[in-house]
Design a binder for this molecule. Structure first.
Ligand SMILES: Cc1ncc(COP(=O)(O)O)c(C=O)c1O
Length: 352
């Protein structure tokens, strides 16, 4: 006998990528950054600890909001911070989507969106990407009780983007707000921050997990109109970001020179990985993120995933109904990517 809500008992829950806590792996499965974060971050953490942790943190993380606002060219009251961008996605879903409502997402994309709808007792509608990873107008079509749409841009697992002009077109047609999940936008050629100013339907979420090499810190934020931010404030936990993470995230976003240098390295290795995978016969999709989606025209890839794992290299194997299977490989260092490609080459020779 369980007293849990039936919606929760019925769902299986989101399963994060493998995070081995022991042993040495080359970890290319959850799109972490392979380089250490800006040296300003540990300094800020030391200073925050030295100040003591007896007091509650600033509930709105204003130090971060002020610095991020300058960097992004918005006002601080257009920003709300979260415990990772997953927290932001949760806050937004809670605020907009109630029991029996609908939430729309593209398919295939980030699996968590569906889980968030399930937690609310809401329904999720998946709209398929076209073969070239664009989205048709059906993504913006009418539906009763449609309350929110999620669009990861760049998308995962494909690493592809819709241009901001297309995102705006879809947002203007949608009968509900659109959250553009820009977890990977720092690796892309364009982003949708300016659309938040152009359309009151658009919100943008960001994370420090990927491009700032701070997945372990847990810090993300949303850029939205102040009237939306004020509503979201009511929904979040009072102290959803702690003093240490606020200090660290502020130092991280302040170091834009570090970001530019890291981006340059990741993009160079992304090219190297894409070329090597194509050399092995994979269809490697041109990526605007810090990972590459690879399908194989003639060989099943699950045995290759297993072969990599047996050699202590973790990548993400994904299989989608009606869409097929592939390997999503995060962009590591040149050495990590070369090791992955060498093991894959051997795996292909021995047939997995
Ligand atoms: C598309 C997308 N959005 C959001 C996230 C969440 O990132 P975090 O909660 O670490 O900020 C991820 C993480 O993998 C992601 O792939």
């Amino acid at each position: 006998m369980t007293y849990v809500r039936p919606e929760i008992a019925a769902m299986s829950g989101y399963v994060p990528g493998e995070q081995p806590q022991a042993g040495k792996f080359i970890k290319l499965n959850t799109n972490e950054n392979p380089y250490p974060c800006s040296p300003a971050v540990p300094r800020a953490i030391e200073a925050a600890v030295a100040q003591g942790l007896a007091r509650y943190p600033d509930p709105l993380a204003n130090a971060f909001r002020r610095r991020a606002a300058e960097v992004l060219g918005v006002e601080p009251d257009w920003i709300l911070c979260g415990n990772g961008s997953d927290d932001i996605l949760t806050i937004v879903t809670r605020a907009f989507v109630g029991a029996g409502d609908w939430l729309r997402l593209p398919y295939p994309s980030y699996i968590l969106y569906k889980t968030l709808a399930q937690i609310q007792g809401a329904n999720a509608e998946e709209v398929r990407f076209d073969a070239n990873w664009s989205l048709g107008d059906d993504f913006a079509g009418p539906r009763a009780r449609l309350r929110l749409a999620f669009l990861p841009n760049p998308n995962s697992p494909s690493g592809t983007v819709l241009p901001p002009s297309r995102v705006l077109e879809l947002a203007e047609r949608l009968p509900c707000p659109l959250l553009v999940d820009e977890a990977y936008a720092d690796f892309a050629d364009a982003n949708c921050i300016d659309l938040v100013k152009q359309s009151d339907k658009v919100m943008v979420s960001r994370t420090l997990s990927k491009s700032y090499a701070l997945a372990g810190l847990r810090f993300g934020f949303i850029v939205a109109r102040p009237q939306i931010v004020r509503e979201l404030e009511k929904v979040k936990d009072s102290y959803n970001c702690d003093s240490i993470s606020i200090a660290a995230a502020t130092a991280a976003i302040d170091d834009q020179a570090w970001l530019a240098d890291n981006r340059r390295k990741i993009l160079a290795t992304r090219d190297r990985l894409t070329a090597a995978m194509r050399g092995l016969g994979f269809n490697a999709v041109e990526s605007q993120a810090n990972f590459v989606w690879n399908t194989h025209p003639s060989q099943p890839v699950k045995p290759l995933y297993e072969h990599l794992k047996a050699n202590r290299i973790l990548v993400r194997y994904m299989q989608y109904a009606d869409w097929g299977e592939g390997l999503r490989i995060s962009v590591g260092t040149d050495e990590q990517v070369d090791a992955c490609v060498a093991v894959l080459e051997h795996g292909l020779e021995v047939g997995g």
